[in-house]
Write a protein that binds this ligand. Structure first.
Ligand code: SF4
Length: 433
């Protein structure tokens, strides 16, 4: 088996290297002061790579300035440009960023044109020693793939494998691959399929793993820990990003805890289906418990479990244990007892306070058991990436929102102040149809 490692200006990702922790800024990349200060906070928290939204050429220029400013502060954490759709921005970022994240399928509507741009892009990356992440998310597959495979883990794997083939033709090896989804079972299946395909082909590329749009609070952490730990335990995954709809600095301790849990080979199983987890904070407790119990729920080798534990020496109440239990059952899609949420972590494209809006949407829709509601930060990627949501709240910017029923935009440009009321009214009127 040939194992490939990516090298992002000295940060090595791949087999034999410790799992790399990373995150992404959610401020406007053109607001250089805010971006530098968030990069600094992420660096101080332990982020080994930092990604920034890079929509166009102006953001590429800003990225250059941010890099210079960080270097002058003695911070050399590699910067990753996050590109969607704009291949000109990808080509420009390839000589500025240390790594560029792209979905080449979005480079052009025409597949042949997308291939031409991708080859040009790889050449610039090679010339500048820039690494590449090919990131294909569930919900962002083009018609070419969905017509053949549907919007499925198989489709995600086949889509990425085409681009890997092109990298092989170009003898470009400095790549990391990702196949993220907001559904934990879908994400786990996609990465396993990809790992199997790589094994069959005798070459293992580094993988960036994460549950995308995991939301916030306990559920965001539980989904993320259950999904990533399941893969990492099998040796699938070399770098993690935990996507929370919160300040990105809060993602770092979660990622670090999951990585440490796997690296240390912890196992709190007392006997068949009975676990005991002791931790010093509630956050650490739910992460450890999700790492321990998530894999067997996802793989359906267990249907239930018994859990006890303590936080900071204090035994947890039955109510707290049951709250965790309901969350992990829902996160692994083994028992649905709540409304399901998909919420993007936000980024430089987000033009509203998504954290506050998401909390308010959750508060007002929590009784809608069985529905999936998405809250997305932008109209560019939001609609595609909310995947299988029943309803979507998508920020347009300038205080306006589009509401979706499934994939259909049903109310456009409504003022943000009225959007949650209108969302509830839409759900109610659909219920009465
Ligand atoms: S959906 Fe959210 S995270 Fe994704 S590009 Fe839009 S604002 Fe950024």
């Amino acid at each position: 088996m040939k194992y490939i490692s990516a090298d992002i200006k000295g940060v090595k990702i791949g087999h034999g290297h410790p799992c790399v922790i990373q995150s992404m800024c959610n401020v406007d990349t053109n607001d250089i002061d805010s971006a530098v200060s968030q990069c600094r906070a992420l660096h101080d928290a332990g982020s080994q790579l930092i990604r920034l939204t890079t929509q166009g050429l102006r953001e590429v220029e800003s990225l250059k300035q941010i890099k210079t400013r960080l270097h002058s502060l003695g911070i050399s954490t590699p910067l990753v440009a996050d590109i969607h759709f704009n291949s000109d921005a990808a080509l420009a970022a390839a000589s500025v960023a240390d790594k560029v994240r792209i979905n080449p399928g979005n480079f052009h509507r025409d597949h042949e044109q997308a291939c031409i741009q991708f080859r040009k892009f790889l050449k610039i990356c090679r010339d500048n020693d820039t690494a590449v992440r090919i990131g294909i998310n569930h919900g962002s597959l083009g018609a070419r793939i969905t017509e053949k495979y549907g919007n499925t883990p198989e489709g995600m794997m086949e889509a990425i494998w085409e681009w890997v083939g092109m990298c092989q033709e170009e003898h470009f090896e400095n790549i990391v691959l990702s196949l993220k989804a907001s559904s934990v079972p879908v994400m786990v299946k996609a990465y396993r399929l990809l790992y199997r395909r790589m094994t069959e082909n005798g070459v293992i590329y580094p993988l960036h793993v994460g549950v995308t749009e995991a939301g916030n609070g306990d559920m965001g952490r539980i989904k993320s820990a259950a999904g990533t730990a399941t893969l990492l335990r099998e040796g699938i995954g070399d770098t993690i990003r935990i996507s929370l709809t919160e300040n990105p600095v809060k993602e770092i301790p979660v990622a670090a805890r999951v990585a440490a849990y796997i690296a240390e080979g912890r196992n709190p199983l007392l006997k068949d289906g009975t676990f005991r987890v002791d931790a010093s904070t509630w956050e650490d407790f739910i992460i450890d418990a999700a790492c321990a119990i998530g894999p067997s729920l996802l793989d359906r080798t267990a249907d239930d479990f018994t859990l006890s534990g303590s936080v900071n020496g204090k035994e947890l109440s039955e109510e707290k244990i049951n709250s965790f239990k309901n969350d992990i059952m829902q996160a692994t899609k083994r028992r649905i007892t709540q409304c399901e949420y998909i919420a993007c972590p936000s980024c430089g494209r987000t033009l509203y306070d998504i954290e506050t809006v998401f909390s308010e949407v959750k508060r007002r829709t929590s009784q809608l058991k069985g529905l999936t509601i998405a809250v997305m930060g932008c109209i560019v990627n939001g609609p595609g990436e909310m995947a299988d949501a029943d309803y979507g709240y998508v920020g347009e910017g300038h205080g306006k929102v589009t509401l979706y029923r499934g994939k259909e935009a049903v109310l456009r440009s409504i003022p943000q102040t009225e959007a949650i009321d209108k969302l509830l009214a839409l759900i109610e009127s659909d219920k009465n149809k």
